[in-house]
Design a protein. Structure first.
Length: 147
């Protein structure tokens, strides 16, 4: 069963557009952050380290794909948030303290909701211009996060 789920996730990621991929990344970071909090509370050091490492990698990827040429202000603001998140993961991991992760969850969930709204607007804009609903154009601004 695990193999079928893995195949499904690979297919889902390979067929998603930029906006959907972005939401999937936030979903993963949120899921691993919650798992890290749970692992800290249970005293499971191995699971804590793995969960924080995976969440950290996702946010580092988001940070690394910012395109300051698209919008220096928005990219700068996102970069600051991503650095805050990465520092919070480091602190939580070093001190086995879930407190910094509560702030991380709030930021990730807020960003996720914002991007969901942006994806919907982009899709509606695409429909109005006669493009397929699921498509996200290069002009949509998502290139800011997906290199």
């Amino acid at each position: 069963m695990h193999r079928g789920y893995t195949d499904y996730k690979v297919t889902q990621a390979s067929t998603a557009n930029q906006g959907e991929l972005l939401i999937m990344l936030f979903d993963g970071a949120i899921r691993f952050t919650r798992k890290a909090i749970e692992s800290i509370e249970e005293g499971d050091v191995t699971a804590k380290c793995e969960s924080i490492s995976r969440a950290f990698s996702i946010v580092a990827e988001l940070h690394g794909t910012l395109d300051f040429e698209v919008s220096e202000e928005i990219s700068g603001n996102l970069a600051s948030l991503y650095v805050f998140i990465l520092e919070s993961y480091t602190n939580a991991n070093m001190h086995s303290d879930a407190t910094p992760l509560s702030g991380v969850l709030a930021v990730l969930e807020t960003l996720r909701e914002g991007w969901i709204g942006a994806v919907k607007v982009t899709q509606l804009h695409g429909e109005a211009e006669g493009r397929p609903q699921a498509g996200v154009s290069e002009r949509s601004g998502f290139s800011m996060l997906a290199g």
